[in-house]
Write a protein that binds this ligand. Structure first.
Ligand SMILES: Cc1cc2nc3c(=O)[nH]c(=O)nc-3n(C[C@H](O)[C@H](O)[C@H](O)COP(=O)(O)OP(=O)(O)OC[C@H]3O[C@@H](n4cnc5c(N)ncnc54)[C@H](O)[C@@H]3O)c2cc1C
Ligand code: SF4
Length: 351
């Protein structure tokens, strides 16, 4: 492994200054970053360990009713916070469908947002990969690509973003608080990750030194708690990244959908908000026909990037299923197999 400096700043301001140097990266739990370093995929000159910074491990309700989640809160602590799971059940379900219990205990909120793609060619330093080595080519394009993107991809890169957590967050209009060299700013999560264009080496809009300090869910996000689900198709039911996933959240009043939120995972380089599909679901009854129409709209622009046309049809079906489950009502408890299409139907009591 390439030698690197290790620093552990005492404050957010010092961390930002330390990471603004060329070749520096933040280290949170390291469950993604250290794997990348061991494989020679990531070769930083300096690790800026942020795990001991004060004040970034809190979950707090703010005066306006929004929820602020510190960047160092672990995925497990967040998912198991009873009030959080009650108010944002699809987010808790997504968290519990990701990785393993051990990984969730360590992995942080900030690290989950910024984890890198799982494209196998990105991890294999013998392969050509524009994301790892700009201008080198993309071996996935003519390679093993059944898991790759069907939305927003370019010839430069067809990778997907692997996070489950981000999918319901983007559906619920989450905001990301960032401390950078110019001070504090906010970016909608929907705008944090970049589509590849011709610069796939840049996953996000963050600049050197930018530290995610918190994620915020607006007050309106709680309004979907009664009808919210996350559904994830993976190659094995435990411990695998999504082939395709969907977060569906509905506000239903007097039998009518008054507002719908829908986002897809595993289909693009960012969590994919399906706004055109949401529009179809405004002020209609929650019927199978409406959900089919929404699913069709959500995937209108999809095209295969290789041997993955099946993902488009799969995504349509997952959208219909997630909307159907959401309309039936959030279960009293998160299913024993979170987000699995094989879990018992909505409303079941899983002891
Ligand atoms: C075997 C395995 C299976 C997995 N399965 C899933 C899955 O099914 N679903 C899923 O969603 N995830 C899955 N994951 C990914 C896991 O969720 C991530 O590795 C984890 O969330 C990253 O968090 P971390 O704190 O370890 O980040 P790190 O590895 O420390 O950092 C990841 C990246 O984020 C940057 N970073 C970290 N914190 C900040 C911050 N506050 N501000 C700015 N930059 C920051 C780092 O510089 C680095 O680039 C899996 C991981 C493994 C190893
Ligand atoms: S899809 Fe993207 S990450 Fe994968 S090899 Fe191509 S450029 Fe690299």
């Amino acid at each position: 492994m390439k030698p690197f400096d290790y620093v552990r700043p005492a404050s957010v301001a010092a961390a930002v200054a330390a990471a603004a140097q060329p070749g520096a990266v933040f280290l949170a739990a390291g469950t993604n970053l250290l794997d990348l370093m061991k494989g020679g995929v990531s070769r930083p000159d300096r690790l800026v360990d942020v795990t001991h910074l004060d004040g970034l491990d809190q979950i707090e309700t703010l005066g306006d009713g929004s929820l602020r989640i510190g960047a160092l809160v672990s995925n497990a602590d967040l998912a198991h916070d009873a009030e959080f799971a009650r108010s944002y059940p699809a987010v808790a379900e997504a968290l519990l469908s990701g990785a393993s219990a051990q990984l969730r205990n360590a992995a942080t909120v900030g690290g989950n947002l910024l984890q890198r793609t799982r494209c196998a060619y990105f991890y294999d330093t013998a392969s050509r990969c524009n994301k790892r080595e700009p201008g080198s080519g993309c071996d996935a394009r003519d390679g093993e690509n059944r898991g790759h993107a069907v939305l927003g991809w370019t010839e430069s890169c067809i990778a997907t973003h692997p996070s489950d957590f981000c999918v319901p967050l983007v559906a619920l209009d989450a905001m990301v608080e960032i401390e950078g060299r110019g001070g504090r700013r906010e970016v909608a999560l929907d705008q944090l990750h970049r589509l590849p264009g011709d610069t796939p080496e840049r996953d996000s809009v963050l600049e050197p030194g930018d530290l995610i300090v918190a994620v915020r869910l607006p007050p309106a996000a709680r309004g979907f708690a009664a009808h919210a689900r996350y559904l994830k198709v993976r190659e094995r039911t435990s411990y695998a990244f999504a082939v395709v996933s969907a977060a569906a959240a509905l506000r239903i009043e007097s039998g009518m959908i008054v507002e719908a939120r829908l986002a897809l995972g595993g289909v693009a380089a960012k969590p994919w908000r399906a706004r055109a599909a949401e529009d179809v679901l405004k002020n209609v009854s929650p019927t199978a026909d409406a959900f089919q129409e929404a699913a069709w709209r959500a995937l209108t622009d999809a095209k295969p990037s290789g041997d993955n046309a099946f993902k488009i049809e799969l995504a349509r079906r997952i959208v219909v299923r997630a909307l159907t489950l959401a309309a039936a009502g959030t279960p009293a408890r998160i299913p024993a197999l979170p987000a699995s299409p094989f879990a018992a139907t909505s409303g079941a009591d899983h002891a």
